[in-house]
Structures are given as C-alpha cells and as structure tokens.
Design a protein around this ligand. Structure first.
Ligand code: 26Q
Length: 836
C-alpha cells in the first residue's frame, strides 16, 4: 500500500515529488545554511561548538545531493543496465564535507556564503569525524574506487558494514600506543539515510534438512535458525560535477522482535529482551588487523552478514524488475569481492539460488561463476584467510554443505585433468586437512570467480608463480592485473588547493577527470619561473604539515629542511625499522661532527599497529625513543628532527601528502602487494625513495629512473638470499650499520628501560629475519645520501618534483576503474535523468 494517491492522475505541478531544483548560488546556500543552523538545529550566536555549523552545512549539501541521487537511481532502473556490486568489509571514507562541495561544484559559493556570514570554513571542516571504517590500503582503495565509479557514471553500488566503532583512535603515552574506541556515530551522521523498508533477515546456526516439494522435487532448507535483521543505511557517493550520485549501502545489525519463547514463558521478560542484544554486536566494531585474524567467530558472522544481506538485496531488486526468471541474471550483475573477506558470497549465492529460488545446481553454479570476481591484496601466505570447518558447521551449516559439494565437484575436475596426482588434489582442496580442518577462503574465491586479479604488475606475476601457481596452470585465463590507483579529486584537487589552482592555470583544467593531462606539466619543469611558483606552493603546504606536527607532536619542523615521511600501517614487512636505523645512522654522523649530510631533514613516521602485534608496537616505542634523544640534542636538531604523528588517518594524509618532499616506500621486495600512499605522495610532487616492490616499480617506470631513488634487493634476489642469509656478517662488514647496532645494543635509546628493545635487535641479527633488514641497509643509506644531496640542489629537486606530478596520471583510480570495466565488468555508463 502507498500513502499517495495515484500520481499519474494528479497534475504534475501538484505532485508531491515535483520540486524545484535547489539554488546552487552563494545567496541561496547562505539562506539555507542560516535556516538549518537557527531553525532546524536551534542554535544561536552563543553556541561555541563548531559541530553545529558543520552539521548545518552538511544538511545544505545533503539536500543538493538528494535530488540528484534520486535521478541517478531512476536512470539506472529505466536503463535496465548491468550493475556491479563492490563487496567489502571496509570502506575507509574519511571526511565527506569538502568532497561533497568539490564534486557538486559549489566550493567557491559555499566559502563565499560562509565568509559573508562570518563563519570560518576550516573550523567546520575539522569538526567532522573521519569515517574510519577500514584498516588501511584495502579500505581506502574501496573508497577511491567508489569516487571513480560515480565520476565515470558507472552503475556500481558499494556494500559494506556500518560499524558503530571504526578503526581505534591511537594515543601515544610514554612513547607507546594506547587504543581508544572510536565512537564516530555519537553525534549522528548527517551523510547517511536509514532505509528500514529494505531490511533483510539473516539466518545463523540451526541445521540443514531435505524436503520434497509439491512437484516431487528434492530441496534443502536451513531451519531452526537464529535470525538477525540487517538494516541498510545509504551514503551518497557524488561523481565529479556530473550530476551522478551512486550509493554505498552499509548494513547495521538489529535484533528481531521475536522473543526467546523459553525465557519468555519462564517469566523472564527482561532476560528475554536482553538476549536480543547479542544480535546487535555483529556490526559493533571493525576488526583492527590488517592481516587476517584467524578463527574469530564474530568476524565470520560479520562476513556472512554482509554477504547474505547484500545478495538478498540484489535478489529483491532483480525480482522487482524481472520477476523470478534468472536466465538473464548473469548478464546484468557482477560482484567484485574485495579480498576473501566477502568470499562466503560464493556458496551463499548458490544457496539463495537453489534453496530460495529453486534453481538446480548447474543453473546456480553457471550464474555464480559468471558473476563473481575476486581481487587479491596480499602475497604473505600467513595472511591468507582460513576458517575452522567446525565454526562453519555451527554457524552456517547449510553453507558448509554447499562448500563441500563445490569442493567435491572441483576435485573431480582436477582428477580428470591430472589423473593420479593425489598430491595436487590435496594442495588444491578447498578444505585443508590435518589437525583442525580449515576452509581455504582464497581457493573458494578462485573456484567461484571468472576473474582473479592482483593489484600491481609485480604482485599479479608473483601470484601466478607462487601462491596461486596450481590455479594458474588450471585456469590461466582467469588471472589478470589491475594496478591500483587513487582518486585525484580527494588526493589532489581537494587536499592541495594551491597546486590545484596552479594546474588549472597551467594546463587543461579537465585534468581533474582526465589525469593524463598532467603530462603537459613535464616541459614546465625547465621553466625557472614555473619552478619558483611550484616551490612557493610546496612551502605553504610544508607550513601546514609543520603546524600539524607542532600541534600533535610538540616538535618544530623548519621549512627549509627536507620533509621525509613514512605513513602506513606499522608492519615488519613495511620496514619502518630500516627508516629508524637510518635516522640513528644520521645521528651518529652528526654527533661525530660529520654534518655534511646533504640537507638537514625532518623525519616523520606515523601509523597504527594491530593491538595484538607486539613487534609493531615496539617499533612505535623505538621511534618515539629515538625522536626524544634526537630532538633534545641541540647539536643534532640543527640537522635532524624526528616525530611520530599519532592517530594517522585519512584526514591526516590530506595534510601530509601535499607537504612531503621525500616519500618512504621501503618494503622488502615481493611483500607489498601494491601500496597506494606511494601514489598520493607522487601526485603531490614528492620524490620516492623505494624498493622494487608493488606499484613502486610502475611509479619508477612512469617517472624515469633519474627521478626516483632506488635501492635494495629485488624480489628474486630476496628469495635467493634467504637460504644463505648471514646478517651478522653483513653488520660486521658495514661500519655504519655496526655503529648503529652498537648504539642500540648499548641501550642508548632506552636508558632507563633496560632490555626493552632486545626483540628488535635480535630480529635484525637473526639469520631467519624474513624482512632482510640488514641486507638492504647499505644500499638504503647510499640512496638516502643521494636524495639529500639532490635536495640541496634546489633546481634539480624542483624539476624532479614537477616531473613526479607530471607523470602520475597513470595512478588515477579512474584509469584503474576503466580497466576493471573494460576487462571484467563491461558496464555502460548511465547519465542521470535531467531535472524536471
Ligand atoms: C581478515 C580477517 C580477519 C580480520 C582481519 C582481516 C584483514 C583486514 C584487513 C586482512 C587484511 C586487511 C587489509 C589488507 C590491506 O590493506 N592490504 C593492502 O591493500 C592495498 C590495496 O590493494 C595494497 O596497496 C597494499 O599493498 C596491501 O597491503
């Protein structure tokens, strides 16, 4: 039933849904802002909090998104177009205010309106909490992809979870990481729209049984389940100045209104209501590990909750538009799995098609394997997801049955292809036997998908040769590469207004949605006047960075020092330790009066450690201890400053990327799948010091060897070296490293904290050190010296800086998404309906 009269009967002008478009000019925006602030939110001049004016402005923008959002949805329905669903446990969106202004094309109008009203925009901007619904690269990639899909007008919808608590807040106390919950929804979220009418029921537990239908056919059903409700909240995703608004749909868990009848009848009304609580826990908190945390039941619940709710949502839409005929389903739908986290979608789609829509196995399998596509984000074998079979059995008994059936059919295919090769069958089985049997999620994703991709050229090659070798032999055509990218809207136009204005003036202003135009900057690297303007913009950006460091770390960063930055999750393979060893080396040189270090530098490190990852936490402590010694020594701080920026997150990167001179990308070769921070720094004119790992290789190809500081062993050499690795011999033969180790071992950086750094020292000296830190030290030190000397030559450096931005166009996520679409999704762009 609809509460509205049949609208086709009423005159168009009178219709409830016929609204005049909202004004996009300064005065119209100012008037709406005033009304929301005073009437809707009920605040006046006495209100001291920046939150309410922020909220008033958010509502102003939201209204303008809303009208375009509806038109986009209607256009997708009317076009009856193919769609892609990006399934991800993480969407690291950061802030939305400036992004909405930029993409709606009202930045100048809003700023003028606020200026006229005497409101300071920067205060409102910083009142917004980051939406920290992700750990790091994988989550931020999902957010950049949504921006590009909307900008390219592709009908792509994101599906994720609405965690009450996002990524923890990091505090630093006595140099150590402390975690605090991130209750980001406390003051409400003006960007979300609750859609209770699209609630779905998600089953857990119970058992599977067989039954015969009226036509005498056998089916399975999942019964005696404990159901949880999934309530969707929609977030608008604006394209860049193109009227398109796509959707990110986040599911929130809620209890059903059914009582536990046992408790209820026993007279325990409060207990029976309280029991409903546990259902809501499913979406309470984001898991703060950026490598898989194995075996946690709640995490598996989250994964199934996302998969089941999203697939049911797509089914409901399909049935609304096409009825129960699924023959065209695979031509119109595609599911992109962001790593294996949503891989349970493979058996769950089978279950919904067979048990709920009554398709037979072959029909359902044909649909599943024509719609699922899987992206891998890791090369570390220990990070591959595995779930105990026992857990699946308890939580998702019917889904496990389907996994077994998929496995049985798959293994007979392997047996037919390689007769008698039992060892291969064991290796490729979806179930890992021995000890506690486990479900191998990556294999489940590969079997169920028509496309498997890595996220940088090297990574995709190494997957084929290593981790997924057997699978590549079986299905070479499934494997492909999609080198990551980042959105130039947030990571250039929004975060670097100084550079944005210069680019608008110097090159084709369409660079914002066609980043290849940046190439036109290259000849300007030779123009002295242009370099001077470039330099001035970088200096302003360094001032903003220095202000942030001063406010959050209480360390002064002089603007004429080289700003050397490494920000990313703290992980041994990312080798923050190598960076710190180099800092200690500079310290020893300066102390000995050898101050000819090329250029003075400020080293900034930031990032979160998984709360249970002790070595990562110790690396944070070491950084802070070294910073304390260096900064407190007036002799040293003339040439070197060190700081650790607490609570690194999206909104911090928006300040760091524009102000950085030297970008640290120093992972052990063959370990970092791609990296995306490397691309953000490059776009903003930082020069990279890096290994031949992940997308660094492609960055160096684009910018040219002479504009990149390369060091370290290659992935191939790393594997070769492992067998005969002798770090102590390397240390004894390298006076610089020997001196650094000597200081560390003498306790110079832990004077009153005896022994705390021992695990780090032992790690470096161990012949089993998987990250080969000692092996790359000398080459790193030389590359650092060259970087500092080059920095000293201002013209040389500025040229390199300009050329880095000029050749960064390839790393736009628009290029990446274009490739996903050409090779995997095959979607047609759809323009929204015109405003009536
Ligand atoms: C899995 C199971 C249980 C709990 C946690 C997890 C989990 C969560 C997050 C596992 C991995 C992640 C995140 C991985 C990640 O961010 N990988 C990075 O992805 C980037 C985008 O492709 C790459 O650029 C980086 O190289 C890669 O490290």
């Amino acid at each position: 039933m609809s509460p509205f009269k049949d609208l086709s009967q009423s005159t168009p002008k009178a219709a409830l849904f016929n609204l005049a478009p909202l004004p996009m000019d300064t005065d119209g925006i100012a008037a709406d802002f005033q009304r929301y602030y005073a009437h809707t939110l009920g605040r006046d001049r006495d209100c001291k909090s920046a939150y309410y004016p922020y909220k008033a402005l958010a509502i102003v923008l939201r209204d303008r998104l809303m009208e375009r959002w509806k038109r986009t949805r209607q256009a997708h329905d009317e076009a009856n177009c193919k769609r892609t669903y990006y399934l991800s446990l993480e969407f690291l969106m950061g802030r939305s205010l400036s992004n909405a202004m930029l993409n709606l094309g009202v930045t100048d109008e809003v700023r003028q309106a606020l200026y006229d009203l005497g409101v300071v925009y920067e205060e409102l901007e910083s009142a917004e909490m980051d939406a920290g619904l992700g750990n790091g690269g994988l989550g931020r990639l999902a957010a950049c992809f949504l921006d590009s899909c909307a900008t390219l007008q592709l009908p792509v919808k994101g599906y994720g979870l609405r965690y009450e608590y996002g990524m923890f807040r990091q505090l630093i106390d006595d140099g150590r990481q402390l975690e605090e919950p991130d209750h980001w929804l406390r003051d409400g979220n003006p960007w979300e729209l609750e859609r209770p009418e699209y609630t779905q029921r998600i089953p857990f537990g119970g058992r599977s049984e067989m039954y015969t239908d009226d036509a005498g056919r056998m089916h399975h059903r999942w019964v005696d389940t404990h159901d949880v409700l999934a309530v969707p909240y929609d977030i608008p995703i604006p394209g860049y100045r193109n009227q398109t608004i796509n959707t990110l749909r986040l599911w929130s868990a809620a209890a059903t209104d059914e009582f536990d009848l046992g408790e209820f009848n026993a007279g325990s009304y409060p207990e029976s209501v309280a029991a409903k609580n546990s259902a809501e826990h499913i979406t309470m908190v984001l898991y703060p590990n950026d490598a898989s945390e194995n075996g946690k039941e709640l995490r598996l619940r989250q994964q199934f909750f996302l998969a089941c709710a999203s697939l049911k949502d797509v089914m409901r839409e399909w049935i609304r538009l096409h009825g129960r005929d699924f023959s065209g389903f695979a031509d119109k739908n595609c599911f992109q799995l962001n790593d294996t986290h949503p891989a349970v979608s493979v058996p769950e789609l089978m279950r919904q098609l067979m048990d709920e829509q009554r398709l037979d196995w072959d029909e359902a399998w044909a649909i599943t394997t024509k719609t699922m596509a899987y992206t891998n984000h890791t090369l570390l074998p220990e990070a591959l997801e595995r779930w105990p079979v026992r857990l699946f059995e308890q939580l998702l008994p019917r889904v496990l049955e389907i996994i077994y059936e998929i496995n049985a059919r798959f293994l007979s295919e392997v047996a037919a292809r390689w007769p008698g090769d039992q060892e291969r069958q064991r290796r490729m089985s979806l179930i890992e036997e021995g000890g506690e049997p486990q479900v191998r999620m990556a294999y489940l994703a590969i079997v169920g998908s028509f496309s498997v991709n890595g996220v940088a050229a090297l990574h995709s090659e190494l997957l084929k040769q290593g981790l997924f070798r057997d699978w590549y032999e079986l299905w070479p055509g499934k494997f492909n590469n999609k080198t990551n990218g980042v959105t130039p809207r947030r990571w250039l136009a929004m975060c670097n207004p100084g550079l944005r204005d210069l680019l608008d003036e110097a090159i084709d202003p369409r660079w914002v949605n066609d980043l290849k135009h940046l190439e036109a900057l290259a000849p300007k690297a030779d123009d002295a006047e242009f370099r001077a303007r470039w330099d001035a913009i970088k200096r302003d950006n360094k001032q903003r960075l220095a202000d942030l460091v001063s406010a959050t770390c209480r360390v002064d960063f002089p603007l004429d020092f080289m700003f050397d930055v490494q920000v990313k999750r703290i992980h041994e393979y990312k080798r923050q330790l190598l960076n710190i060893l180099h800092v200690i080396h500079l310290y020893t040189r300066i102390k000995r009066g050898d101050t000819d270090v090329g250029a003075p530098r400020c080293v900034l490190i930031g990032g979160k450690a998984a709360p249970g990852y002790e070595m990562a936490k110790l690396i944070i402590k070491l950084t802070n201890n070294v910073a304390k010694v260096v900064n407190a020594d007036p002799e040293v701080s003339e040439f070197l400053r060190v700081a650790f920026v607490p609570d690194y997150r999206v909104s911090i990167m928006e300040v760091l990327a524009p102000g950085t001179d030297l970008s640290e990308q120093v992972s052990t070769a063959g370990k970092e799948a791609s990296g995306t921070g490397n691309m953000k720094f490059m776009m903003n004119g930082a020069v990279t010091i890096g290994t031949l790992d992940g997308a660094n290789i492609e960055i160096r190809e684009q910018v040219g060897d002479e504009n990149f500081f390369l060091f370290g062993h290659t992935a191939e050499e790393v594997e070769e070296m492992r067998r005969r690795y002798d770090p102590n011999a390397i240390i004894n033969n390298d006076p610089a490293l020997l001196e650094v180790m000597g200081l560390l071992e003498a306790g110079h950086f832990n004077q009153f904290e005896g022994g705390i750094l021992d695990p780090i020292i032992q790690g470096i000296r161990s012949p089993h050190d998987p990250w080969l830190t000692a092996a790359d030290f000398d080459s790193y030190r030389r590359a650092q010296l060259l970087a500092a000397e080059t920095y000293h030559d201002r013209d040389r450096w500025l040229r390199m800086s300009v050329l880095n931005t000029a050749h960064s166009g390839y790393f736009s996520s628009d290029r990446t998404i274009g490739e996903y679409n050409d090779d995997i999704w095959h979607l047609d762009p759809v323009a929204p309906l015109p405003a009536s």
